[in-house]
Design a protein around this ligand. Structure first.
Ligand code: ATP
Ligand code: MG
Length: 578
């Protein structure tokens, strides 16, 4: 490809809406252009990268025994009603009607469709296990599309679904996919960590996410991990052992009573005023889950984890209540307390969830829905709660202890590029996806599902591989392997040698670009670095001595070598792509 013909427009300015580096660089280097919020055009360079990522995924999925198919992007409501998700899937599901008024949605995921395909075709245990996958566009009307390709509304995903006749076979396939994912991300030049995770709206029991670890904002997940053993979990699923703490207030309060705590709106103010540790305070938080208020109780030195709380209630959507909503809850129960003084007393008509840490608390401090006072030396029995449910709703913090080996946990951030789920019968049961087992009885398939964000993986590769000048594509997914740059279009010898190198590379099957533009060398080098060609062969003055400059983008190492050697280095590197 000649640079003068390559469809690419590089920008010097950082686009104003691009917060993370992959978004900035992919726009600046001419890979993507936004069409509308969370929806991007994948320009020729981007499309080459995405096809390479897709082909690595295809290769490994096929090797792992999965079979590719393609399902429609538009899906009928009826199947989603069968699974129960038409009502359950929130605002992310883009619903529409056809000209006959029939309701449809744009596929955010394909469990319903694949289950309908399976139940038509997989009727006997003899046909199982089977794993079917596709690579396709998905649409999710994300609440906050952001970070370019990392969280789009329309994006490309590889989604695979397995069908088995036993839990054992499902687990085997789960391990098989785990290995395939490890291979895929390695080949894409990405180091990933597999972490335990919440199963979310997809449902099921066991699941792992493959995270690209980063210390930037692009990592939307907090990952807790242990250096001493293999424990690693998303914060929405992580658990920990807590250090010893004072959780019995007997030494501080000799009876249960209401005391004045003027202006103690925060835990810090209250602890200081009463001269106690926050571990002796029971914190009451008001959340809105599926439009209803829910009270969460937790030891005041700890924070609640919203996904855990949502799961404990069995809800679909959660957010913290606004101060107006808290005032309304108070009014509905005949109270007037302001935040800071709220408590579970007199709220038994609401769902009340207590974190497991609350079980062991004794003689603690708690709000009683009256401003400027708290109850001290209190126990749960003093609060008249009729229906209290305990669950782990606590957000783990770094420094707490590993649930497996007891060493301190660490925290980092991760970009989730893929995940694997053991679904069980969550879809096959309601949708009557059954096969005839050896005993002649019809049984629901035991399913798994396995996703990889193709577009997100490409963006994560940019997050992981770049410098201040631009992208440093891993060779296996770079749009082109090498750029050949004559320093001056006016120097005949330079142009002639550059052309010859370019032709030789191309005839050896190398994806090469020749920068034939009549531009200053600085402009050519800047573009080459920004676009991120893994190798650059520069033909400049040193050609008088028979040498070219050979630059490896990943290290920015420069060598002055013979053209033949530069060519063979590129050929060798490309040959070594796994
Ligand atoms: P997230 O927690 O990031 O929203 P998810 O749990 O909703 O992800 P899945 O439904 O399991 O993700 O989708 C499988 C894969 O698709 C994810 O691992 C991710 O790589 C990719 N993906 C999901 N949502 C998006 C999105 N909005 N934009 C780009 N890729 C996405
Ligand atoms: Mg999501």
């Amino acid at each position: 490809m000649k640079m003068s013909k390559l469809f690419v427009q590089t920008l010097r300015e950082v686009p104003s809406d691009a917060e993370v580096i992959s978004h900035q660089l992919l726009v600046r280097a001419g890979y993507i252009r936004k069409l509308t919020s969370g929806v991007y055009n994948f320009l020729p360079l981007m499309w080459k990268v995405l096809k390479k990522v897709e082909n690595i995924i295809r290769d490994e999925m096929d090797k792992a025994g999965a079979q590719e198919l393609l399902m429609p992007f538009v899906q009928p409501k009826e199947l989603w009603e069968e699974s129960g998700r038409w009502g359950a899937y929130g605002g992310e599901l883009m619903r529409l009607k056809d000209r006959h008024g029939r309701e449809m949605c744009l596929g955010p995921t394909h469990e319903e469709i694949i289950t309908s395909i399976a139940r038509d075709g997989l009727k006997s245990y003899k046909q199982l296990p089977v794993n079917l996958y596709q690579i396709q566009s998905k649409f999710r009307d994300e609440r906050r599309p952001r970070f370019g390709l990392l969280r789009g509304r329309e994006f490309i995903m590889k989604d695979a679904y397995s069908f088995a006749s036993s839990q054992e076979d499902l687990e085997k396939e789960y391990q098989n996919m785990w290995q395939a994912y490890t291979n895929i991300f390695n080949r894409c030049g990405l180091a990933t960590k597999a972490v335990q995770s919440d199963s979310g709206a997809i449902g099921g029991n066991v699941s792992h996410e493959f995270m690209v670890i980063t210390d930037t904002d692009a990592g939307e997940n907090d990952v807790f991990y242990c250096d001493d053993c293999d424990y690693a979990a998303n914060s929405n699923h992580a658990i920990s052992k807590l250090p010893q703490a004072v959780i019995d207030g007997a030494g501080y309060f000799n009876k249960t009573e209401i005391v004045s705590t003027p202006n103690c709106h925060s835990i810090e103010q209250l602890a200081e005023f009463l001269k106690i540790q926050p571990t002796l305070i029971l914190k009451s938080l008001v959340y809105i889950i599926d439009k209803k208020p829910v009270i969460a109780l937790i030891r005041a030195d700890k924070a609640a984890e919203e996904t855990k709380l949502l799961n404990a209630v069995g809800g679909l959507e959660i957010r913290i209540a606004t101060s107006e909503e808290i005032a309304e809850v108070m009014a509905n129960h005949g109270f007037k307390a302001v935040p800071g003084f709220i408590g579970p007393k007199g709220m038994s008509d609401l769902t009340i969830i207590a974190d497991e840490t609350v079980k062991d608390m004794k003689n603690f401090v708690v709000g009683v829905n009256e401003t400027d006072v708290h109850m001290v030396g209190a126990n749960l029995s003093d609060l008249g709660i009729t229906d209290l449910k305990y669950a782990d709703i606590r957000l783990v913090e770094a420094g707490e202890f590993c649930p497996q080996c007891g060493k301190p946990l660490k925290v980092t951030r991760g970009i989730e590029v893929g995940n694997i789920f053991q679904l069980g019968t969550k879809y096959s049961k309601p949708m009557n996806g059954v096969y005839l087992d050896t005993d002649g009885i019809a049984k629901p398939y035991i399913m798994g599902c396995y996703g990889i964000g193709v577009t997100r993986t490409a963006a994560a590769a940019v997050e992981a591989h770049h410098d201040e000048y631009g992208i440093k594509w891993p060779l296996a997914i770079a749009p082109y392997h090498v750029i050949v740059v004559p320093v001056s279009e006016k120097e005949e010898q330079q142009v002639a040698v550059a052309n010859k190198i370019y032709e030789e590379l191309r005839s050896s099957g190398i994806e090469a670009v020749l920068d034939d533009r009549d531009e200053r060398p600085g402009v050519k080098f800047k573009d080459a670095d920004l676009i991120g060609f893994p190798f650059r062969i520069t033909v400049g003055k040193t050609i008088a001595e028979g040498n070219v400059e050979f630059v490896t983008r990943s290290t920015n190492e420069k060598l002055v070598i013979k053209p033949e050697e530069a060519i063979s280095r590129v050929i060798e590197a490309v040959k070594n792509i796994k």
